[in-house]
Write a protein that binds this ligand. Sequence first.
Ligand code: FUB
Ligand code: ZN
Length: 656
Amino acid sequence: MTASTLSTATPKVTITSDFWNTYRQLIVKEVLPYQWAVMNDEADINITDEKGGENPDSKNSHAVANLKIAAGQMTGHHFGFPFQDTDVYKWLEAASYSFSYQPNPDLKQITDNLIDLIADAQEDDGYLSTFFQIDAPKRRFKRLQQSHELYTMGHYIEAGVAYHQATGNEKALTIAIKMADCIDANFGPADGKIHAADGHPEIELALAKLFEVTHEQRYLDLAHYFLVNRGVDPEFYDRQLEADGFDNDIIPNMHGVTHTYYQVDQPLLTQKDAKGHAVRVVYLCTGMAHVARLTGDKDLLAACERLWDSIVHRRMYVTGGIGSTNVGEAFTYDYDLPNETMYAETCASVGLTFFAKQMLQNEAKGEYGDIIEKELFNGALSGISLDGKHFFYVNPLTADPKFQQNPSKAHIMSQRQDWFGCACCPSNIARLVSSIDQYVYTVTDKAILTHQFIANKATFDQGLEIEQTSNFPWDNHIHYAVTNPNKVQTTLGIRIPSWSRSDFTVKVNGSSQTLPVNQGFIYLDVTGDLTVDLTLDFSIRELQANTAVAEDAGKVAIQRGPMVYCVEQADNPENLWNYRLAADANLQYHFNANILNGVGEITAQAAVRQTPQTDALYSNYQPTTWQPTSLTLVPYYAWANREDGQMRVWLSKENA
Ligand code: FUB
Ligand code: ZN
């Protein structure tokens, strides 16, 4: 390499965005301590079933206790889902990322001790899944359709890698390596090994991460094997169920799920549509995109592109939510996007963010950054409350407290919950927020690409620095200052978001320039210091859905910049379905510092239905008259942080 070119080393990114630093401090000050207390059964909380029902133990998580039992430090039985350990691991991963922006010796003492506990809980051969160790040792790897053993160890591997990278703790990495070696000893194409993957993808992406740290080829080969072998022999899982006792479930009634539910109905490389359990699909795709890049396997990449297209262009809500039904927490069919019975699990939005990040590493395409932005500011972020102690599992586009009285809608809650019996989401959103510095840039040998409008200061190879300043997401002016003391020659690619692609302005070193958008990016030559001033289109937009989306016919959703908006009963009268936006809604924006920690509010001219009221459930039709009124909208991510009430994203519109 000559002195004037840039290496692809990962930059050091310091987030300076007020919006994101508020959340990242919340992670350190509230979320991590709260979640640690919950997982140690030390918090006075109510634990809800994610489906809206009652959890068997409404007070305790037992997640740390399970590890202590496996380590011989406590006695008793395992409690919770067989993947309960993963709550602890995702929390550990979130804590690891937090050290990069907020060193915290007290927290580090806790996490170092946790690594010791996990090491004590691990079997000599590397196996670690407390449910099986404590209560079902003879069933190890015997019920992969539902056991989550590799999913569980995959989550540890991710956490162990992150903790090792953050702190240098060798034991954390050794545990991960022992796990991977255990899995490698038991799974793979060789005779005598198990020729199948876990029912819940995750190990694939984890092994890819571990390969990048250890350069151990066996881990990448195994991840690749799990992917290309998925769906080649779907009956494997049925044979296992038969041998283990068909209905001897470890997750109630799970033996009956279809092959489609866990993406083994056909070989992964031929799958075209996103089908089955949404989180599984996006975790699978994340691993597939990562392994495709590391191996150069073009077929894997093509499969990723097909599934990306299916998800993002036909099966995703305007908020970024995915999973149209709670039955199997699953995708359904193209354009089936019901707003009242949907799922849109927080983990699915987090997982789609992971998938997009990996796709960006494969190809500089702005759409991947668009989706990351959509999730960060909408569908994923809505999973956590402004106080950091309440969480959504399901992120609906229409909510009503009364849904609790209808079993087919009871999974849609109108208030975030303390915790869940199946608590996959709370620590997942925590690890995403504490790692957003990893979503801002990618560096290739030709360019530095900046994907997100998240104010930051980044240091690259050879002392090149980029400082991005802005008050995004409330303001549309973004300033970049590039300091390039060694006159490195590279290119700066700035994503122009899809919502601003037809209208943006750029000044380079103070002079206006007209630059073409190439696959979602503008590109600038960098040879020395440079300033760029970008102004994005923040006009308030009324979006309509494709006419194939039955649910949204005649409706609009409001978006300003990256933010999707909603109406909440906290600002508007109830029975929100009786309102429609005016043909000319005269949408007006102002920043309201007094609500929801400060948010941009939008007011809209609207009308309320004046159908004559009778006591009868049905009566003869009479034409509706409309009484002019106004509606107030707030960003979707911030809903349900005030009094309980109805909420809607899609609104009826005059003449629509
Ligand atoms: O199965 C493990 C996790 O539990 C999934 O990823 C979530 O969707 C929830 O079902
Ligand atoms: Zn979840």
